[in-house]
Design a protein around this ligand. Sequence first.
Ligand code: RIB
Length: 338
Amino acid sequence: MPRHLVTIRDVAQRAGVSTSTVSHVLNGTRFVSPELTERVRQAMIELRYQPNAVARSLRRRETLTLGMVVPDNANPFFAMMARAVEDTCYRQGYSLILTNSEGDLTRELTNINVLVAKQVDGLILAAVGLGSRELQRVLRQVPTVVVDRELSGIAADTLLVDNLDGGYQATRHLIALGHRRIGCITGPSVTTPSAERVTGYRRALNEAGLPYDELLVVRGDFQFAGGYAGAQALLALPEPPTAIFACNDLMAVGAIAAAAALGRRVPDDLSVVGFDDTILAAYITPALTTVAQPIADIGRLATEMVLQRIQAPTDPPVRRVLPTRLVIRQSTHPLPAS
Ligand code: RIB
């Protein structure tokens, strides 16, 4: 009768500790009390556990490693999210492999295939935003949580934020300050977050009885340069806006730089609102009014969700939407009395 292949979970159960404690004893990655260490070692002896990572991964596809694909980890939003993921992995005795898609579907698929080949136990995907049959096929091979962008036609756990309410709150704030011509710099059109934020922008205008003027909506790219160029275009209009809602913080910072280059003061001549509330927002001058995403919670929850998915692969997909919150700082100002 082939002997039951002993796993890290068997050792943890025998010792009465978590799998992360066994992993920390095995890898020396964290202090474990002498008493718990002894219990773990005793359990390994009794079970004749072979602490061989390669053997273990061959036996059980258990590498205690997660993979993550994001569009751009140079963007503080994704960097802060990845940090929260890695912190949670460490606490659970897992490692993380982080890759970038650069917003390119081919690179996204290549990275996912590489991570699957490396036998990651689970995947956290901040998707480019385009579902595809190839992506559907690949994602069936590995427990996955899709974060930030929604993928149509793909039955995977999904963790989002309320982008529509965020765009609505940002625009309603500017309207409450007296602004009537409010520009919007969007993100990449393929991403659901950008489209939902613009829907919130339009809802607030409509609610206030203000017309939607498509000349006031310009395409951006979630990068500094896209915000800079978008603000240049808006401020060059015959009737320029007195406020701009940028669909992420990087573009809001770019817009502020463009306004300065044109001799426009923020917020005296132009109010600017961003989206994300990354580490930049509170420290630039003027400090940025923005819509806060719970970035650390997104990273922690996404990791917990994928670890749960590994344990229960056949449970129905889970979809969670976290709230966003307007944070008012110095970059927005009442419209001067005309
Ligand atoms: O800043 C990067 C943007 O891309 C964020 O707003 C995030 O929601 C993602 O969609």
